[in-house]
Write a protein that binds this ligand. Structure first.
Ligand code: ZN
Length: 244
């Protein structure tokens, strides 16, 4: 499970904390009520386990008022804009192995990616440039995941059920039992050959749902130098999680 498995929950009754509407979420693994606060949006977010009664929610929220008051009094934490108004972003980000310089243009309203000059141009006032950059990288990288997976699937004469990109914390790809493939979007910041390797790996699982020698033979048939890409991930993969 990861945070993508949270779903919004609608209940007959609306709940409020200090006059602010509480956003209810459910998660199949949650066993207890858990409250957090989105300070940017000043929104209380409550994770509700299955079979929780309205009475339990009310009681929990009443008990949480002092904690919530303290939280809401805090300044909204901004990861993107410092006191001086300067954006705290890295100087450059790698996209499929190519470095893109991050350029600030205060007058610009939206984010732009210029492949010719290898620049990501963002306006100074954008409240969450990290999220914007991430969204753009995902959008631009998706066709690479799609085309690569399709090519390898054709080579092995197998079919997959669909592709999704997720923000996995500890894995690069998953081939699900129902033949869906999910990849870590962070591979968009790795060299293209590394992205190819992860696609080859997951597609090979459609023939062998294990890591047996036969499985690795299939991977090698798609990508003879796969060990080199695997080593790149071992040595550099951690850094891909430190950027956003
Ligand atoms: Zn595997």
């Amino acid at each position: 499970m990861n945070r993508c498995d949270f779903v919004n929950l609608t209940m007959d009754k609306a709940y409020y904390l200090e006059g602010l509407p509480v956003l209810l979420k459910s998660h199949p693994l949650s066993k207890s009520l858990r409250l957090r606060v989105d300070l940017q949006k000043k929104t209380p977010i409550l994770t509700v386990p299955a079979n929780c009664t309205p009475r339990e929610i009310e009681k929990f929220l009443m008990g949480a008022v002092p904690w919530f008051r303290k939280q809401i009094a805090k300044e909204p934490k901004s990861e993107s804009i410092s006191n001086s108004g300067a954006l705290s972003l890295p100087d450059s980000i790698s996209f499929l192995g190519d470095p893109y310089r991050i350029v600030h243009k205060p007058a610009l309203k939206k984010i732009e990616i210029h492949p010719n000059t290898q620049e990501i141009v963002i306006g100074r006032k954008q409240c969450n440039p990290q999220d914007l950059i991430k969204t753009h990288l995902i959008r631009r990288a998706f066709p690479y995941f799609e085309n690569t997976s399709q090519n390898y699937a054709n080579a092995l004469n197998v079919k997959y059920a669909g592709i999704q990109l997720k923000d996995y914390r500890s894995r690069w790809g998953v081939c699900h039992r129902d033949k869906r493939l999910t990849y870590s979007w962070r591979l968009a910041m790795a060299p293209l050959e590394v992205l190819h390797y992860v696609c080859a790996h997951e597609i090979s699982h459609l023939l062998h749902f294990n890591h047996s020698p036969d499985f690795w033979d299939v991977v090698a048939s798609l990508m003879p130098d796969y060990k080199k890409q695997r080593l790149w991930l071992k040595n550099n993969g951690k850094a891909l999680f430190e950027i956003f």
